[in-house]
Design a protein around this ligand. Structure first.
Ligand code: AMP
Length: 216
């Protein structure tokens, strides 16, 4: 299974990807997670990426493509991959097509998690992420049982630096300008599957499993 998860920041891509990993035994590749790790490790790549991330803009294609190329060559991807947050613009989508043609594993589908943008500000500014297992909660709509502590693993919940109002506004604008055109790109290739991302998490998850089982 080779799937792209498309959706605005805060649409729930990460949450769904983590469930699909468990269900189908594939790996999740999140360019956002890889970049945050590079920033935390203060690598050269992380230093180059940090400013764009803090501003809610896209990190340059060079950086992201070299990172994804390396990651896709690792043996744990043999069972299949869920790409979460990549591609983010047309240049990246075209580069991905070439990469997959090279390894003779074309993309099966692009799944759009469709959520109206005006509902995302609260989702993002209230988002709390577990620094250990990546589980996602929300201060307003899905609070953890114990303040600041992950229900799933007991890890510490943190608010991402870019989940503040100013950066969120820019990230949503970046999505509209650069990522939204990918919906048409994949529609034209008959690879687009759309799921209503305003439904509750379990319903979305069941729909995902149902539409993806034919690629499993
Ligand atoms: P995410 O966790 O997917 O919301 O990504 C957080 C930030 O990382 C984004 O706002 C971008 O600055 C950067 N980023 C993640 N994925 C990409 C990508 N495919 N291309 C460029 N920048 C990215």
């Amino acid at each position: 299974m080779r799937i792209v998860l498309l959706g605005a920041p805060g649409s729930g891509k990460g949450t769904q990807a983590r469930q699909l990993v468990e269900h189908f035994g594939v790996v999740q590749i999140s360019t956002g997670d890889l970049l945050r790790q590079a920033v935390a490790d203060n690598t050269e790549l992380g230093q180059k990426a940090k400013k764009a991330m803090d501003n809610g803009e896209l990190v340059s294609d060079d950086i992201v493509l070299s990172m994804i190329k390396d990651r896709l060559q690792q043996p744990d991807t043999d069972n299949g991959v869920i790409l979460d947050g990549f591609p983010r613009n047309l240049a990246q989508a075209k580069a991905l097509e070439e990469l997959m043609a090279d390894i003779k594993c074309p993309l099966d589908a692009a799944v759009l998690l469709d959520v109206p943008l005006d509902s995302l500000m609260q989702r993002l500014t209230g988002r709390l992420t577990c620094q250990d297992c990546g589980a996602v909660f929300n201060k307003y709509t899905n609070p953890p049982r114990k303040d600041g502590i992950c229900d799933e693993c007991g890890g510490k919940l943190i608010q991402r630096g870019d989940d503040n109002e100013t950066t969120v506004r820019q990230r949503l604008e970046t999505f509209t300008e650069q990522t939204e055109p990918l919906i048409d790109f994949y529609k034209k290739q008959n690879k687009l599957i759309s799921i209503d991302g305003t439904q509750d998490i379990d319903t979305i998850s069941a729909e995902f499993k149902d539409v993806l089982k034919r690629f499993g």
